[in-house]
Design a protein around this ligand. Structure first.
Ligand code: ZN
Length: 258
């Protein structure tokens, strides 16, 4: 059974009504999906979807590229969502310096504030980092005390050196479609070096569909393709890998049923 630790099913323009998709997930062996917010509205929708659909859990938070949506009081509104029974994490949060004109210091402040929010709620964090590897690592190191409930580097795509530094902080590393892409040699290396008990997998739907579906609308139905690639790279039987990842997901996101 597969667990998608990161997807955005809270995207009505892409998925519409979820009932057909959720039915198909069970047939594909995907048992659980964490539906991840990127601003207040998407976090509220993820909460509602999780509360209506047993296979779904949710995470609430502000993505660094969506801070423009932040309104006064949204931090308190996110904090209230964190106490809901199906909320398993704060996320996705982090740093994204990809787009020009980005207010990097505002991103760092929001990231640190949300680490504090997670710590106060006793929840792990789901971390996004793009074109900001050094700052992400430094900020996490400086806020180590806020990581007591742990966290995951979602859709990890950094270097083996960065992977080791995050592992040293006690974080999990999660792999998505990019690990299946051709020319992912550096990522192949990382997927092999992650200790079995720190490995997670995800689709990051609707983005980053794995090979051979690259470029299409991604859904958690494609998660087995990521698992298969990880099993192949690590030389582990798929079934054992799936059991290990289920155990890891339950260890980090405590409210997931193992
Ligand atoms: Zn995401």
């Amino acid at each position: 059974m597969y667990i998608d630790t990161h997807a955005h099913l809270n995207y009505p323009e892409k998925y519409g009504d979820l009932s057909a998709l959720l039915g198909e997930l069970a047939e594909c062996g995907v048992r659980t999906v964490i539906d991840v917010g990127w601003n207040l509205e998407s976090s509220l929708l993820a909460a509602q979807q999780a509360e209506q659909n047993p296979p779904l859990f949710f995470a609430a938070g502000f993505h660094p590229s969506n801070l423009g949506d932040f309104r006064p009081g949204d931090d308190a509104r996110i904090a209230r969502l964190l106490s809901r029974p199906k909320c398993v994490a704060v996320g996705e949060i982090g740093l994204d310096y990809h787009y020009s004109g980005t207010d990097e210091s505002a991103q760092r402040r929001a990231f640190a504030a949300q680490l504090e929010l997670a710590d106060a709620a006793g929840l792990p964090v789901i971390i996004h980092s793009r074109d900001a590897a050094e700052d992400t690592l430094r900020l996490l190191q400086d806020n180590r005390a806020r990581l007591a409930a742990g966290g995951v580097m979602h859709c990890f795509s950094g270097s083996p050196e960065m992977a080791k530094a995050y592992l040293k902080l006690g974080l999990f590393l999660s792999f998505a479609g990019p690990v299946t892409f051709k020319n992912a040699r550096r990522l192949d290396e990382v997927a092999k070096l992650v200790p079995a008990d720190r490995l997670l997998a995800e689709t990051d739907s609707p983005y980053l569909a794995p090979e051979p579906l690259r470029g299409s609308l991604n859904t958690p139905k494609n998660l087995p393709l990521v698992y298969r690639k990880l099993a192949e790279l690590r030389g582990e039987p798929l079934e054992l890998l799936a059991q290990q990842i289920a155990k890891n997901a339950a260890a980090l996101f405590l409210k997931l049923v193992p």
